[in-house]
Every structure is written in C-alpha cells, then in structure tokens.
Write a protein that binds this ligand. Structure first.
Ligand code: SIN
Length: 305
C-alpha cells in the first residue's frame, strides 16, 4: 500500500485521481499520450442502451474560469462498448474501471447496468442521475429523492459491484438526495455534476448553445462543489467522490479534507490532456510540504478541526 493509495468501496486504488466521465472517452486517446495505468482508475463515457449522437451544435461555450457543455450523452451504446471499447481498453489499462451509465427510464438503467456488471474489468458502476442536457432522463431522476432512490434500488438488485450514484448540484438540498441513495443501497456518491447555465451571443442576441442551456464545469464551480462535498460527507456514512473544477494538487487536498475519499478530474483534462499526470506528480511534493505521510489520513480532516 503506497502513501497515495485509498480504498474506494473495498477496492484499493493506487491514488485518488480519477478522470471524470465525459472527459476521458473510453481511455484510448489518452493512452496514446501517456501510460494511463498511473491513474487510480477512470470513469468512462456515460453509456446508454442505444447509441446516441447527442445534441445539435454548438454544444460547447466558454465561460470565465470554466466551460459549458450540452453534449447530450453522445456515446456508441452499451453493445458497442462491450464488444469494441472494453476489449481495446484491456490492451492499455490493467486496472478495474468505473462504468458510467446514463438512462431515460429505470428499465434502461437496469438493463445497461446488468450488461456492464458481467464485464470483468468493470470494478464499479457509476449511475448518472445528473445529466442536465437531456429531457425525460438524466437529471430528472437526480432532483427528487424518491426518484433517485428508485433508480438506486432497481440497479442495486442487479449488481453486487460497488454502486456509485452521481449527483447533480441543481437542487436546493443535495444531502436529501445523497441520503435517499444511501438508504436505497448505494455504496458511494459522486458529486458534483455540472451546474445548469447559459451564455448569450451579443451579435446574434441568441443563446450560444443550440440546446439553450448547458452544464458549467471548471474552476468556477470548485468552491460550490467543495461546499456540497463537505455537507454530503457529514450527512452520509458511505464514501463521497468529490469533483467539480479540480485542477491542482491543492484542490485535491482541499476536496479530501472536506470529506472526499477520492476525486474526479473533469474539464482540466480538456484544457490540458496531461492534467492528471501533472497533478499526480505534484501531490507527494505537496504532502511533504504539509507534513502528510499517507493521503488517506486527511479524508474528512477539516471536519475534525
Ligand atoms: C452530456 O453528455 O451532456 C454530459 C454528461 C453529463 O453532464 O452528465
């Protein structure tokens, strides 16, 4: 066990850094740049039952200290992921991976999870009840405690693998949703997904995004994510995975002090594809400066004064 390792729902990972779903594809593009086995694990692109082309363009907009996306869950569908992406992934990644699952109905979540549950390399299932860019699915399950619990319970019945529910910040009390997921059988929660936002083009006087709204991520949302991780980790007894604007070793440390067992790195990968190895190299140096021997010792440290 190294000084950076943490235990994520019974699976020891070498370090707490996890590229977030939607910013790392199925691993191949990054594997061409560096050995992705340096990562704790990664969460692959949100996968649905059928292939999806996503929302019309433009679906990316800039913001001060952040980025808006309205991708709309573009992905090749679970069959292609199992037949093509996972066999390719095995050739470049030796560790368990997080399978990120999206859906438009409880049946869809269950079917996709059942299929991915049979895949040996899938270590955890991360169920996304928080995509703000689709209608009739995604976030609509994550803004109501009983709907979030219903998805959790249904998926729990078809998997013994660790089950992570990915939560939206677009609610008035995220702890209610997290508690509902915990009670329904979730092994962990990850938060936050993106913040519902928009931009307007001054020349056309129209919204920049074809979908009008999109999800804001990046450093702009870090303090908001930190506050929610702090609140949720006090409310639940299951691990919390913190994400939202993390782009440095300092941010990782803050998130873990707030209560995160591990962290996901999202839009930082889009700005700098080497963000994760860079943060990984920074972490031990920062720990030395702060007198921290093992990173797991700081989880939730800010709650204890
Ligand atoms: C998307 O594909 O629209 C982004 C995924 C998400 O925000 O959950």
């Amino acid at each position: 066990m190294g000084r950076l390792s943490v235990n994520l729902c019974g699976i020891e990972i070498d370090n707490p850094l996890i590229p977030a779903s939607g910013t790392f594809g199925y691993g191949q593009e990054y594997a061409e740049l560096y050995d992705i086995n340096c990562l704790g694990t990664f969460s692959f692109k949100g996968t649905t039952l059928e292939p999806r082309f996503g929302n019309p363009a433009p679906r990316i907009a800039e913001a001060p200290a952040g980025l808006l996306n309205s991708v709309g869950l573009q992905n090749p569908g679970v069959r292609k992921v199992i037949e093509e992406e996972l066999p390719k992934l095995r050739t470049v990644f030796r560790k368990p991976v997080i399978a990120n699952v999206s859906g438009f109905s409880i049946d869809e979540y269950v079917t996709v999870c059942e299929k991915l549950n049979r895949e040996e390399q899938v270590g955890w299932l991360e169920v996304n009840v928080s995509c703000p860019n689709v209608h009739g699915g995604g976030m609509s399950f994550g803004t109501d405690p009983s709907a979030a619990a219903a998805v959790t319970r249904a998926v729990r019945a078809v998997t013994d693998k660790p089950l992570i529910l990915k939560l939206t910040p677009n609610v008035s009390d995220i702890t209610e949703i997290a508690l509902a997921c915990e009670e329904a059988g979730a092994d962990a929660v990850s938060l936050i997904n993106t913040v519902l936002a928009m931009r307007i083009d001054l020349k056309t006087r129209k919204p920049v995004l074809a979908n009008v709204t999109g999800g804001l991520s990046g450093p702009a949302v870090f303090p908001l994510a930190l506050r929610m991780v702090w609140q949720v980790s006090q409310a639940v007894h299951i691990p919390v995975i913190g994400l939202g604007g993390i782009c440095s070793a300092e941010n990782v440390m803050e998130m873990m002090l707030a209560g995160a067992t591990a962290v996901q790195i999202g839009s930082a990968n889009l700005k700098d594809p080497y963000a994760c190895p860079r943060i990984l190299a920074e972490l031990p140096k920062l720990m030395d400066r702060l007198g921290i021997v093992n990173i797991q010792d700081i989880i939730g440290g800010a709650h204890h004064g």
